[in-house]
Every structure is written in structure tokens, then in C-alpha cells.
Design a protein around this ligand. Structure first.
Ligand code: NAP
Length: 481
């Protein structure tokens, strides 16, 4: 079940939030610690104003909540509200209030016994959950994973704690996001979502329900994902998840913030991950873990797609083929064509190889000479520094911008202001946020044929989709950006 956490200051605000998101969730949580004091007396009325079961929660500040009442008042507000028709109440594990528990039993309110461990993930996680469950309440443990090893501990709870039927285990923060999306794989019976940033890493009801379809995950669901650091800027979930839905493929695509590639391959076994995209800075780091790789992975030394085959992991480079799928209609075997590639990092590497393997002369222009020289010698290309870019105006058929300069939040940056366009160049920008960079806008104004960063992202994503599913990306499916 997906549970909408309501953090409005008034009951009216909460009702508006509830009805806006009603179609995405099956449960709501009223966080009375966010209500203004004069609204507290109305809490009791809330369950009858909505048509879903409601959890009553008043979270203390020490557990990450907003409650500013004295403990005595907090308990009395909970006591008062219990008779209002709530389905559940969240009570912290250290609260020993027999009178509150008796009131809950009188009104048939199930107790969620919660424990917040915000300094990491305790090694005795399973004991803590079992202890909370021992009194017959629903155990809820909130932890703060700091590494992929912590995620392994959390996801193993599904197996280790399978005897506790109804439980909630949540990893907060950026590292914990997969535990919210794949909540069923932690053995949890619900996952919280909210329009507000009530808890670090909490997703919106729309993304949890519509983008990830988290509540549709079952034992047969194929799990895919993207690994990177950072990773949450990635729009790949918006390409793959709608694609899976359109072809009715029982699969989910999840972002994983990764601290160690080695640990991630272990997690991939725990979750039985079927394949994943690889983004910066891991495109080379995954190579030692691959059982086989395509030719392109071998010569570029870069892998952006990993797929589980029968007994081993296979690496593919769809950056290379994705770029070719866009650029090849403009290749002319009869003419001697030249490409300028700006940048000499991971993304530039696949593109330089793609041009070079088609017999197109490449000039690499980079900020630092050393990196340009290295890539040029590996690919038998020419190179120079960006400071000399003016020398290369008007000589290229293709220009590819493969640096992060001009990316949000610095859209005014131009990596090669000295390079002028004549209008005959075909220009590719790799940055996709913003869509139109300053660099691309100059090319556009000069009359060049331009390609946006998102064009390449989608082209390589569609090839990944084919690797993951064995099917073409559905032609009528639009990625949701
Ligand atoms: P990377 O490996 O870190 O390489 C960065 C390159 O950009 C280096 O050559 C670096 O030069 C240069 N650079 C960095 N800051 C610069 C600045 N302010 N001015 C001039 N040059 C600068 O990064 P990457 O993985 O290649 O990614 C590069 C860009 O491509 C990113 O914006 C990424 O989001 C984008 N990308 C897009 C797609 C897509 O499908 N659209 C795919 C992959 C990557 P030095 O050697 O001097 O440091």
C-alpha cells in the first residue's frame, strides 16, 4: 500500500492534499505535529472526512518530527483523537502508556510501534524489528542508510523477518530511496509518500504510484536500475518505466546512489537485479565485474549498460550506438569529414570512437591538454586546448559539446566561446538540463542543424531498453519529463 503523509497546518489544507492525491494511495497518515495549535481540536473529525484508513501520528522532534508540545500534552492529544475513527496510531517504542494502549484497543485502532535510528543502520536491525513485533503491534523501524552495504542489510529483512507478516522498514535520505520504491522487497506492507519534504528521500505520490508503480511490484517483477553518484538527476527512470508499462512488461527501474560498485554487485544478487544503466563516475569501474563485454566496451573502456545473462554480467555501450543512430544519417563516405569534440571525459570518449570508426577525422578540444592528449593518442585523433578553439572555426562538419559547462545552475557558461559556427555544422549538445544551452543557442542562431542532449539520452536509452527487455522501445510511448 502507498500511504500519503499529510503535513498541512490546517485540516482544510490536509483535505485538499488528500483529495488531490487520492487516486494514488490506499492509506493516509495525518501528522498532527504539523498542525497549528488551534486545529488540534479538529483532529478527531478527520477520518470521517476522507474515504481511506488513516494513521494518527504526532512525531517528536528527537525522531525527526515537528511536535513542539510537552510530552504530557502530546499523549493527551493522541488519547483525545483515538476515538475519531483512525485505523492506526503510530507510537514510539519507548512510550509506555497503558491508558493510551487501552484506549486504542477499545476503539479498534492498530498500534504501529515505531523506532527511529537516524545515525545509520544498526547491525542488530532484525532483532530490533522482532522486539517491536513481540507485543503484537506492527513494528516500524526507520533507519538512515549510508552505504550500499546498509541497503543489503535492509533488503535482506524480507527473508530474515519473513515470519513477521506486517511490518514497516524504511531507509531515509538519498541512499534510502530504493527502500521506499522497492518497499515490498524489504518485506514492508506500506511505503510513505508526500507532496512535502517531510522526511529526507520521500517521493511524491505521483512518482511512487505512477512513475515507479511501486505497489505493482510482485515476486515476478524484474528489477532494473541506474547506478551513479550523484544519480537523482538522472531522467532514465522516466524513459524506462513508461516503456515497461506500455509493453506490459512486469518490471521496475530504480535509481541507486552507489558508494561502492563492488557492494552494488552484491546487492544486485540480493535483489536479483536483471540489468542496470551505469552513469558517471562508474562507467569504467564496472569493467572488472563483467563476464563479457561487446567490442565497443572493450575499445572505449566504457560501459553504460550491464545486463544479467544466464551465468554472468554482460556489458554494453549504448552511448556509442545511440550517438551513431543520430549522427550516421549525416555521414558521407565519399567526402572527407571532420568532427570537433569538445571535452575529453567519459562521454567524449565514446563519441570520438564512434566518429573515428566511421573514418571521420576527429579534433579533440579540451580545457586540460593532458586529458585531450591521452584520448587523442588512444583514438589516433588530433587535439588542442579550448584556448585555441578560434583556429578551428569553420573547418568541421560535426561539433559535439561533451563537457558539463553550461549545465544548470550555470546555463550562461559556454565551454568554447572562441569557436564560431558557419551554419553548415551539425551540432550535438550532450547537456540536457537546460534543453537549450548557450552553446547550442549560438549554433542554432548561426543556422546549424542541432541535436539536444535529450535526443542522445533517449537514443541510448531506447537501445538499453532493448538490451533489458528484448523488445524495441514502444514507438508511441513518450518518456515523461
Ligand atoms: P567527465 O568524464 O567528468 O568529463 C568532463 C569533461 O568536461 C572533461 O574533459 C573536462 O575537462 C571538461 N570540463 C569540465 N568542466 C569544464 C568547464 N567548466 N569548461 C570546459 N571544460 C570543462 O564528464 P562526462 O561523463 O564526460 O560528462 C560530460 C557531460 O556530458 C555532462 O554534462 C553529462 O551530463 C553529459 N552526458 C550526457 C549524455 C547524454 O546522453 N545526453 C551522456 C553522457 C554524458 P578537463 O579534462 O580539463 O577536466
Amino acid at each position: 500500500m502507498l500511504c500519503l503523509t499529510l503535513t498541512g497546518k490546517t485540516i482544510e489544507e490536509n483535505l485538499a492534499d488528500f483529495w488531490k492525491n487520492r487516486s494514488y494511495v490506499e492509506l493516509a497518515e495525518l501528522r498532527i505535529d504539523y498542525l497549528s495549535p488551534e486545529e488540534i481540536k479538529m483532529v478527531k473529525t478527520f477520518p470521517n472526512l476522507v474515504d481511506l484508513p488513516v494513521i494518527l501520528t504526532c512525531r517528536r522532534q528527537s525522531d525527526g518530527g515537528h511536535c513542539s508540545f510537552s510530552e504530557k500534552k502530546r499523549i493527551s492529544y493522541l488519547m483525545e483523537a483515538v476515538s475519531g475513527g483512525f485505523a492506526y496510531i503510530d507510537i514510539e517504542d519507548d512510550i509506555k502508556r497503558p491508558e493510551l494502549e487501552a484506549e486504542c484497543h477499545n476503539y479498534n485502532v492498530q498500534i504501529i510501534r515505531s523506532h527511529h535510528f537516524l545515525d545509520g543502520v544498526p547491525l542488530d536491525l532484525y532483532n530490533r524489528v522482532s522486539k517491536l513485533a513481540s507485543k503484537g503491534d506492527i513494528p516500524k523501524v526507520v533507519v538512515n542508510p549510508q552505504s550500499i552495504s546498509d541497503l543489503i542489510l535492509i533488503f535482506n529483512a524480507e527473508k530474515e523477518l519473513s515470519s513477521i507478516r506486517k511490518k514497516i522498514i524504511i531507509g531515509i535520505g538519498d541512499m534510502g530511496i530504493p527502500t521506499r520504491i522497492l518497499y515490498k522487497r524489504t518485506g514492508s506492507f506500506l511505503s510513505f509518500c508526500s507532496e512535502s519534504t517531510v522526511s529526507p528521500g520521500m517521493l511524491t505520490p505521483w512518482s511512487l504510484s505512477e512513475l515507479y508503480r511501486a505497489d505493482k511490484v510482485n515476486a515476478q517483477t524484474h528489477i532494473f536500475g541506474v547506478i551513479g553518484n550523484p544519480v537523482y538527476h538522472s531522467v532514465s527512470p522516466q524513459i524506462h518505466n513508461p516503456g515497461f508499462k506500455a509493453i506490459r512488461f512486469n518490471a521496475i527501474y530504480v535509481p541507486f546512489l552507489v558508494d561502492s560498485v563492488r557492494s552494488f554487485f552484491k546487492l544486485a544478487e540480493v535483489l536479483r537485479i536483471h540489468g542496470f544503466s551505469v552513469t558517471s563516475p562508474f562507467k569504467t569501474d564496472v569493467l572488472p565485474y563483467l563476464g563479457k563485454g561487446t567490442r565497443e566496451v572493450k575499445f572505449t573502456g566504457s560501459c553504460n549498460t550491464v545486463v544479467r545473462t544466464n551465468s554472468l554480467w554482460k556489458g554494453v555501450n549504448t552511448d556509442y550506438h545511440g550517438f551513431l543512430s543520430l549522427a550516421s544519417p549525416f555521414f558521407n563516405a565519399e567526402a572527407k569529414q571532420t568532427a570537433i569534440v569538445i571535452g575529453a571525459g567519459g562521454a567524449a570518449n565514446s563519441i570520438v570512437w564512434a566518429f573515428r570508426n566511421q573514418g571521420i577525422k576527429v579534433i579533440i578540444l579540451n580545457r586540460s591538454e593532458e586529458r585531450a592528449k591521452r584520448l587523442a593518442s588512444e583514438t589516433m585523433s588530433s587535439y588542442d586546448t579550448l584556448g585555441h578553439a578560434d583556429k578551428y572555426s569553420g573547418i568541421a562538419d560535426f561539433v559535439v559539446q561533451a563537457t558539463p559547462a553550461g549545465m544548470n545552475p550555470h546555463p550562461e557558461e559556454d565551454p568554447a566561446p572562441l569557436l564560431q559556427f558557419t551554419g553548415k555544422e551539425i551540432v550535438f549538445e550532450l547537456i540536457y538540463k537546460p534543453g537549450m544551452t548557450h552553446f547550442l543557442s549560438r549554433a542554432n542562431s548561426a543556422g546549424c542543424r542541432i541535436f539536444f542532449g535529450i535526443d542522445l539520452l533517449i537514443a541510448q536509452g531506447k537501445l538499453q531498453f532493448q538490451e533489458f527487455t528484448g523488445y524495441h522501445y514502444p514507438p508511441n510511448c513518450k518518456p515523461v519529463f
